[in-house]
Every structure is written in C-alpha cells, then in structure tokens.
Write a protein that binds this ligand. Structure first.
Ligand SMILES: *Cc1c(COP(=O)(O)O)cnc(C)c1O
Length: 455
C-alpha cells in the first residue's frame, strides 16, 4: 500500500486579513528594550533612523491584538498563500506512531521559506514611507533571498551582508539574491567600521549573524533614505509570521482536529512564534492546554542553556538592549549547516513566555536533525531545510513517546523551508562526515560572564 498524504487549503477570502499580536494578550508583557545610551526604555522614535516607522510602532505595540494586513501585502501573499496544511500519514507510518502528525508547509513560497511573509510587509512599509534602499544581513541566505525578492516587488534597492561561512558554503543562495537584483557582500567585510574592527583582530573570521547585523545597520545609518530590515528575533517579524498559525488554525478546523503539541525550529523565534502564538491565545483565553516546543541546535542552545538577561542583538552593540535568553552577543556558534539557527539570542516575546513556562525548548544535535530530515524526505517527498530538520527531529521524539504510551496526540509542526539549495549538507551527512558540535559549560559561562549587567 502506498503512503497517503492529505492536504488542506483555504479559499482566497479565508486568507487572514489581520495579523495577531500576542503581546496584547500576554499575562506578563515583555520587559521594555533599553536605549543603551540613555539606559531608558526605548521609544518607537528611537528606532526611526533604523527601521520604517510603522515597523517601529508595531515593535512596541503591547495593546492591539489585531493589526490589519495592508491590501498590497495581502495581494502578494496570494502569490503562494494559503500554504498547505498536510497530514503526514507517511511519516506517521515510518515512525510507527498512533500520533496524528500535521505540518504547515511554508516551503512552497517562491523563495522556499516562511521568510517572505515578513519581507513583503517590511518592504511595503519602507516603500510607503518613501524609502528607496534597504539593507539586511543573512545567514544561510533564506532571509536575504526573501528580502531581495520583496524589495524588487515593491521597487526598492537591496544590499545584503551574508555571513561569510554561508556565502562560501551555499553559493547558490548568493546567486538567487543576485538574480532578484540585490547586491551581496560577504560579512565581515572591510566596507564598514564594524567589519574592519573584526577583521583586523581576526582576519579569518567566518562571520555570524551578529556581525552581519552590525554591518547592515551601520550601512543603513550612513546612507540617506535607507533603512535596515531584520528577518527574525524582533517582535514585528513574529507579528507578520502569525499568518502561518492563523491559517493553520482554520485548516486544522477543516481537518476536524486541534493540536495537542506544536513544534517549530528556533533561530530567533519568528517561525516558531508564527505557528504557535495564534494557538497560544486559546491557552491564555480559552483554557486550552496545547504544549509549544521550540527546537534549537545543541551547538547554539540559548533557550536550554542561556541566561535571561539584557543583551545586545549584534556583536558591535548597535542594537537596543533586549531582555532575552542569550548566550552572550560575542558567542560564535559552530559552523552547522542550519545557518538560520546560528544566532546567540531569542526574541523578547518568546523569552518572556519561556520564563513564564508557557512554552518549552529542546536542543537537537546536528546528526539527529539530518537523520530526521532523511526520514521525512523519504516518507513525504519534501527535502526539508537543515533548520526545519530540527523541528522534525523534535516531532519524531514526541511521536515516539506516543508510540510507547499509545496516546493519539495531535502534533503540528512548521516546515519552515525546503532544503533543495542545501544538498551539500545532505551530502556530508550521507557520506558520514557530518560533525556534531557540543558547547561546553565553560564556554557558555565565559561568554555570559562578559555581559554587562544593565539592571
Ligand atoms: C531563518 C530560518 C529559520 C530560523 O528563523 P526563525 O526566525 O527562528 O524562524 C528557520 N527555518 C528556515 C527555513 C529559515 O530560513
């Protein structure tokens, strides 16, 4: 008997018209970001030189639970939304679990990941304000590709700093960004003060998201009519990604089920928050008891082994101080293939929710993530992004637990992207040369002890 697969879609009218802002409903709101110069809570205006103004207001909005999706953005969403919700019968069979496994397939976006959901919104708000140029950083290149396309769609010029290790490991992502018309520079570079500072101390520095962010912000601040954009971590990014969970909620209704467990891989928190928060509102308001699990790499374990503290979002210290789970902004993650998960901190919303035990986190070793990716590829036909493999590995752990207890739990995970540009990583796994990286407690302690205590 062949494996079954069942997919659920929405009509155009059913595609959400508003994003969901969980900040309005959180029992404990995130602590305010702090302006490092004044040590005062940040005001939206403080961010205006860096981001489009509407995005600054969304970032700090703790009162409006629902925010309208601009019609121009919703029209672009219709290029690929709704994305399918899939019942993964093949994966269930391969695991031998009584659990019902569903995944939301964000890999069907033109750029291959969920990142376009926020890129389109950010490009739109920049354009509306009369901005002409946008900058950003990218790791594996997923965000850079999304921003490059979104910029082109709204008539903006894009300059992207790509983490050097990924620039060299994943040349096709650079080609994709250039195909969409963006300028791409490997980071650290000599084109900014932040890059120069790093390269003069360590000429072989392979870069990190924290470094690339510093470079992109510096360029935005020094270029007229230019703003910076970020693909994760910030609350307005997670707001835009709520379209994932809002769609999934309606699609699960069509499937006649409600998730007991929701899982997302975790870089800065946007795809995890995107699929989780619309459901978490029912935990907060309607007494539902869904578990939410963030799956992070064992080599970059800020949620499971970091500290909750004010820290910078980048290496140079250009960002506001954010109250978050962090490994310290100087933490250099190992060169794992899941480039989108190589970030030292977690967004402020997720950090507060984890502190309040409204969600959980697990760490996954690189080899286990690819083992899960292989099983999923063979069972469902879609080759997942190395990042998404972490969510699949955590799903398999939960599904195996159900196999032991006989529980028919309903598990929903987010397939944040496909891995078709990441086949070099799969090659390494298949040839047995993939490494697992462990972080020692001393390393974690050393980085964290360097953090300045703000409060
Ligand atoms: C960027 C990325 C991630 C990690 O970012 P989050 O903000 O934590 O979602 C995960 N998966 C894919 C495919 C990505 O491109």
């Amino acid at each position: 008997m062949s494996n079954k697969q069942k997919r659920y879609f929405l009509t155009e009218e059913e595609i959400p018209t508003q994003w969901y802002n969980i900040q309005a409903d959180m029992p404990n709101k995130p602590l305010p970001p702090i302006n490092p110069a004044t040590k005062q809570p940040l005001k939206a205006e403080d961010l205006f030189p860096v981001f489009a103004e509407e995005l600054c207001r969304q970032e700090l909005n703790q009162t409006d639970a629902w925010i309208d999706i601009p019609e121009e953005v919703r029209e672009m969403y219709k290029y690929y939304r709704s994305t399918p919700l899939v019942r993964a019968y093949g994966l269930e069979k391969a695991i031998g679990t009584p659990a019902h496994i569903y995944f939301k397939n964000e890999s069907v976006s033109p750029v291959g990941s969920h990142k376009l959901n926020s890129a389109l919104a950010q490009a739109y708000y920049c354009k509306k304000q009369g901005i002409t140029n946008v900058t950003t950083e990218t790791g594996a290149g997923q965000w850079g590709a999304a921003l490059s396309y979104a910029a082109k769609a709204f008539g903006l010029e894009a300059a992207v700093y790509q983490v050097k290790i990924s620039y060299n490991q994943k040349p096709y992502r650079r080609s994709i960004m250039q195909t969409y018309g963006a300028q791409v520079t490997p980071s650290p570079s000599m084109s900014t003060r932040a890059g120069k500072d790093i390269l003069t101390v360590d000429p072989n520095n392979q870069g990190s998201l924290g470094t690339a962010i510093s470079e992109a912000i510096e360029l935005a601040l020094n270029t007229p009519n230019c703003r910076y954009t970020l693909g994760s971590v910030l609350s307005h990014v997670t707001l835009h990604q709520s379209v994932i969970g809002l769609e999934a909620e309606k699609q699960m209704q069509k499937a006649g089920e409600y998730p007991d467990i929701i899982i997302g891989c975790f870089g800065g928190g946007s795809n995890f928050g995107g699929i989780s928060f619309p459901f978490m509102r029912h935990n907060i308001k309607d007494g539902k008891t869904t578990r939410f699990i963030a799956a992070e790499p064992a080599s970059c374990p800020k949620l499971t082994r970091g500290v909750f503290q004010y820290d910078f979002g980048d290496v140079a210290g250009y960002t506001p101080l954010l109250p978050m789970y962090t490994l310290g902004h100087n933490f250099m993650p190992a060169n794992i293939h899941a480039g989108g998960l190589r970030y030292h901190g977690a967004g402020v919303i997720v950090s507060q929710l984890l502190k309040d035990k409204m969600m959980e986190a697990v760490d996954i070793k690189q080899s286990e993530s690819f083992q899960a990716g292989l099983l999923f590829s063979q069972a469902e036909g879609i080759i997942p992004a190395p990042e998404s493999c972490h969510a699949i590995a955590a799903t398999i752990q939960e599904a195996k637990r159900c196999a032991q207890t006989g529980e028919e739990k309903v598990i929903l995970f987010n397939l944040s992207g496909h891995g078709l540009i990441d086949m070099a990583a799969y090659d390494q796994y298949l040839s047995g040369s993939l490494l697992d990286y462990e972080v020692t407690d001393e390393e974690v302690q050393r980085n964290i002890s360097q953090l300045e205590k703000v409060l």
